[in-house]
Design a protein around this ligand. Structure first.
Ligand SMILES: Cc1cc2nc3c(=O)[nH]c(=O)nc-3n(C[C@H](O)[C@H](O)[C@H](O)COP(=O)(O)OP(=O)(O)OC[C@H]3O[C@@H](n4cnc5c(N)ncnc54)[C@H](O)[C@@H]3O)c2cc1C
Length: 165
């Protein structure tokens, strides 16, 4: 676990992987911490063997990997969803550390966040604590008060500040 990472994403489900995709596209340093030992935990470990999506394949639209297979009106099986997400991580080289559980996130007076992680089965030395900086653009509260958008750009003074991430 590095001492400092600009952005830490807790959980490597679709939401975390999509956020990582955009951060990667923007070449921003970040890390996904996923407590399960492998990708696609929700689908691999929390669905029954004969599971298929209830949403048709054309709705499978992770950023950069929209479904383009031969059966857009079909329904991916559990194994196919797992494979799709595994390939997604590999294709975009998303920086996932498996077997690392985030146990607490605490904001510090200096505006940084202290991320506590537990030891896991991954190769990362995750008994150490890491610090991550985040910035919440002011406009996000007004637009949707219950959703906090975290955006590194406002900290860098980039002209892209305040755009949605
Ligand atoms: C039975 C069922 C059927 C469904 N069918 C469909 C469908 O057909 N089509 C569809 O679009 N959606 C479907 N869904 C919904 C879909 O599964 C969810 O919308 C989706 O998984 C949410 O993705 P997520 O990334 O937000 O969360 P998750 O997929 O739950 O991922 C969260 C990840 O975070 C990790 N995590 C959690 N806490 C920590 C922590 N403290 N530290 C480290 N890691 C952590 C977890 O291990 C997990 O891998 C279904 C859901 C269920 C329950």
């Amino acid at each position: 676990m590095p001492k400092y990472v600009e952005t830490i994403i807790v959980g490597g489900g679709q939401a975390g992987l999509a956020a990582s995709y955009y951060l990667s596209q923007a070449e921003r340093p970040h890390l996904i911490l996923e407590r399960s030992p492998h990708a696609a935990h929700a689908w691999r470990d929390q669905r029954w063997d004969s599971f298929t999506l209830v949403t048709p394949n054309w709705t499978v639209r992770m950023p950069g990997a929209e479904y383009d297979g031969p059966n857009p009106k079909g329904f991916l099986s559990r194994e196919q969803v797992v494979e799709y997400l595994e390939q997604y991580v590999a294709r975009f080289r998303l920086p996932v550390r498996y077997g690392v559980e985030v146990t607490s996130v605490r904001r510090r007076p200096n505006g940084y966040y202290l991320i506590n992680t537990s030891a896991g089965t991954g190769s990362v030395a995750n008994r150490e604590n890491g610090e991550s900086r985040a910035c919440v653009p002011a406009g996000s509260y007004a637009a949707m008060p219950k959703i906090v958008w975290i955006n590194w750009r406002c900290a860098t003074g980039s002209p892209l500040a305040n755009q949605r991430t």
